[in-house]
Design a protein around this ligand. Structure first.
Ligand code: PEP
Ligand code: MN
Length: 351
């Protein structure tokens, strides 16, 4: 942190600032410029210090130079984090993975049919919502525990790790027991108690970006999970709210490229929620891979017209198969071919 003194500040004011810094167990070093004097604050600074110093006599402004998140930062860990999942699937290895499945698990048949089809097309991880956060209290909210059991069974039957949303502290144990990755949804990105509880389970956690969250806020939320001693955090860019109304959200691909630079954590792109329209999912999926995403999350439904949630953005299995071919070609073109399929052979299932 740097304290910039006003041009007309005097020695007594500068000494006052240094004394205050030193009273906090930090070091303050005055740098004498041509016109201005600045004071470098050395040691473990904390966010509130900026405001504390800004109000002292003679201070013009206080500038932060180190990043507020630590464990999520590449400054602390240079090497990419690789999250290892069952069936030999890893996220962040340099070879992108694809998570696919229905927005909400509606029935055993719907889930098994989707799982069989996405597995056949080359998806690596099965997704499906059991506890659904819905804008309206009158919408379908998921089948809860019953759906978690279906998801776990389908994951085992088709040999894929599974991911599902953890909506509330109430469900931490049961969701951790039935899934390989806990998803923290957009609406809960800053539910700090939930983040800590998810972190404590020791399961990998995929943290979706909040509707209007800045990149710094998103990484600070990741920090809440990491500080629980859980290194397996995956970030997911799923679009942010902007002035545009023709798409559901605006998929922020700047964020993907920037976060890959700022952080060692893997980043997944979700073009389904990012666009809200099935016909935009393919183009934005390949775009996401092109800018460096470590994987994709794609909503697929055997009959999107009848889906109980997010039908408009869900791909049919046929369209998903086309997307996988495009994603595979894009991956090859940029020298990051899609990851091998999960290790265990398909045991059968609905077609
Ligand atoms: C979802 O993945 O179905 C979901 C609810 O996502 P988000 O939290 O990004 O809206
Ligand atoms: Mn959805």
């Amino acid at each position: 942190m740097i304290v910039v003194m006003r041009i007309d500040s005097d020695e007594e004011q500068r000494d006052g600032v240094v004394r205050r810094i030193e009273s906090l167990g930090l070091r303050g070093e005055i740098v004498h410029g041509e016109q201005r004097k600045v004071i470098a604050v050395l040691g473990q600074v904390y966010p509130e210090l900026r405001d504390e110093l800004a109000t002292l006599d003679g201070v013009d402004q206080v500038l932060r130079i180190s990043r507020p998140y630590k464990l999520a930062s590449r400054e602390v860990r240079e090497r990419d984090t690789v999250v290892e999942l069952p069936y030999g699937v890893s996220i962040g290895s340099g070879r992108p993975v694809v998570m696919a499945g229905p927005c909400a698990i509606e029935s055993e048949e719907q889930l098994r049919e989707t799982a069989a089809r996405v597995r056949q097309s080359g998806a690596h991880i099965l997704r499906g919502g059991a506890f659904k956060p819905r804008t309206s209290p009158y919408s379908f909210h998921g089948l809860g525990l019953e759906a978690l059991e279906m998801l776990q069974r389908a994951g085992r039957e088709f040999g894929m790790p599974v991911i599902t949303e953890l909506l509330s502290e109430r469900d931490v144990d049961v969701v951790a027991e039935h899934s390989d990755v806990l998803q923290i949804g957009t609406r809960n990105m800053q539910n700090f108690v939930l983040l800590s509880e998810a972190g404590k389970t020791g399961k990998p956690v995929m943290l979706k970006r909040g509707l209007s969250a800045t990149i710094e806020e998103w990484l600070l939320s990741a920090e809440y999970i990491l500080t629980q001693g859980n290194p397996d955090v995956i970030l997911c860019e799923r679009g942010v709210r902007t002035f545009e109304t023709q798409t559901r959200n605006t998929l922020d691909l700047n964020a993907v490229a920037l976060v890959k630079r700022l952080s060692h954590l893997p980043v997944i792109v979700d073009p389904s929620h990012g666009t809200g329209h099935w016909y935009l999912v393919g183009p934005m999926a390949t775009a996401g891979l092109a800018v460096g995403a470590d994987g994709l999350m794609i909503e697929v439904h055997p009959d999107p017209d009848r889906a109980l949630s997010d039908g408009a953005q869900s791909l049919t299995p046929e369209h998903f198969d086309e997307l996988m071919q495009e994603a595979s070609a894009l991956g090859n073109a940029v020298g990051r071919p899609l990851a091998e399929r999960p290790a265990v052979a398909v045991q059968g299932g609905a077609r």
